[in-house]
Design a binder for this molecule. Structure first.
Ligand code: PEP
Ligand code: MG
Length: 314
C-alpha cells in the first residue's frame, strides 16, 4: 500500500493536513542539478559548490564560476536554489590555498574559516554568484558552511546582502545550534547540516564505519539541537531547513517537521518516499513523533517510539 503511494508521489511536499514542507535536492553541479529535475523536488536546498574548486591548481575565475552556478540556476529555472559557499580545506584541501598541516583537520581551517586568511576567495565567489543570479534572472539564497558564532554569521550576511542576495548560514557546529536565536537574528534563513552536526555533537568522525552508531542522526542529543534551532526559527518567523542526509529518512523527516523544520533537502532519489510518508500523517502526529524522539535516550529507542506513533496514524 505504502509502496504504491511512494511510486505515485509527485509533490509538492506537505503533511496530510496540508502544512507545506518543501522537498528539495542536494546537488553539486549543472549535470546533477539537471538529473535532479527528473525527481519530484521543488528546488535545490543545497548546492555544494566545492566541486568547482577541488583538484584545481588555481582558483576558477569569476567568469568560470558564474557559468557553473548559472547552470544550476537554469536547471531549476525560477525555482528555489540555495547555494552554499566553498566548503573545503583540511581534509578537502585546496591546492591554491596553502595552509599548514593540521593535527585535527575536521577542527581546522575548513569551510567558511578559509575566508579568515583569504577573504578575496569568498568575495570573488559571491561576485560570481551575484553575476549568475543576474544573468539567470534568479534570486538564489546563499549560505556559508561551518559557521560557529553570531559574529561569523553577521560578517557573511553583510557581504551577501551587499550584492543584493538573500543570506543564510548552515548550522552544523553545536555552538551555532545553541546560539541559534542570536545567529538567526543576523540572517534571513538557516539550514541544518545534520551530517556534521552529528559528527561534532557526538565527537565521532562521520567517515568512521566503526563509530556508525554514534554518528546516527537519530541520536536524541542531535535532535534536541535541531529542536533548539527550529524553535528559534519559528520565534523569528524565519525558515529552518535540514540539508543533511537525515532528511532522506522518511520517519526522521516526519520528526524534523514535528520539531518545526520548514524544508527538507537530500539526495533527490529520496524525495518520493519522504514526500509520501509526510503526506500520510498530520502535523500533530509529526509533533507527537518529535516528542517521542526527544524523550528517548538512544537511537534505537527513538526509532521504535517514532515508528509506533507514525504507524498509529496510517
Ligand atoms: C552536512 O554536514 O550535513 C551537510 C549537508 O554538508 P556536507 O555533507 O556537505 O558536509
Ligand atoms: Mg557539512
Amino acid at each position: 500500500r505504502h509502496a504504491a503511494r511512494v511510486a505515485g508521489w509527485s509533490g509538492p511536499g506537505r503533511t496530510g493536513d496540508g502544512v507545506e514542507v518543501a522537498i528539495l535536492a542536494n546537488v553539486a553541479d549543472g549535470s546533477s542539478a539537471r538529473a535532479a529535475t527528473d525527481h519530484p523536488v521543488e528546488g535545490v536546498g543545497l548546492f555544494r559548490t566545492e566541486l568547482a574548486f577541488l583538484e584545481r591548481a588555481e582558483e576558477p575565475s569569476v567568469d568560470e564560476q558564474a557559468g557553473i552556478y548559472r547552470e544550476v540556476l537554469d536547471a531549476f529555472d525560477g525555482r528555489k536554489v540555495v547555494i552554499r559557499t566553498l566548503d573545503a580545506g583540511s581534509d578537502k584541501p585546496l591546492r591554491f590555498v596553502t595552509h599548514p598541516d593540521e593535527a585535527n583537520p575536521a577542527l581546522g581551517v575548513r569551510g567558511d574559516r578559509i575566508a579568515l586568511a583569504h577573504p578575496e576567495i569568498r568575495a570573488r565567489q559571491l561576485d560570481a554568484i551575484a553575476r549568475a543570479a543576474l544573468e539567470a534572472d534568479a534570486q538564489p539564497w546563499v549560505m556559508a558552511p561551518m559557521i560557529a558564532s553570531p559574529a561569523e554569521a553577521a560578517t557573511f550576511a553583510a557581504q551577501v546582502r551587499e550584492r543584493g542576495l538573500v543570506a543564510g548560514v548552515m548550522i552544523e557546529v553545536p555552538a551555532a545550534a545553541i546560539l541559534a536565536p542570536a545567529i538567526l537574528a543576523e540572517v534571513d534563513f538557516v539550514s541544518i547540516g545534520t551530517n556534521d552536526l552529528t559528527q561534532y555533537t557526538m565527537a565521532a568522525d562521520r567517515m568512521s564505519a566503526e563509530l556508525a552508531s554514534l554518528t546516527d542522526p537519530w541520536q536524541p542529543a542531535v535532535l534536541h539541537l535541531v529542536a533548539t534551532v527550529a524553535r528559534a526559527g519559528r520565534d523569528q518567523g524565519k525558515p529552518v531547513g535540514v540539508c543533511g542526509e537525515a532528511a532522506a529518512d522518511p520517519h526522521l523527516a516526519c520528526v524534523l517537521v514535528g520539531l518545526g523544520v520548514t524544508s527538507l533537502s537530500s539526495a533527490p532519489v529520496a524525495a518520493p518516499a519522504v514526500g509520501a510518508r509526510l503526506g500520510a500523517v498530520t502535523l500533530a502526529t509529526c509533533e507527537n513523533a518529535a516528542a517521542a524522539a526527544l524523550a528517548a535516550t538512544d537511537p534505537a529507542a527513538a526509532r521504535a517510539a517514532v515508528a509506533a506513533v507514525l504507524d498509529s496514524d496510517e
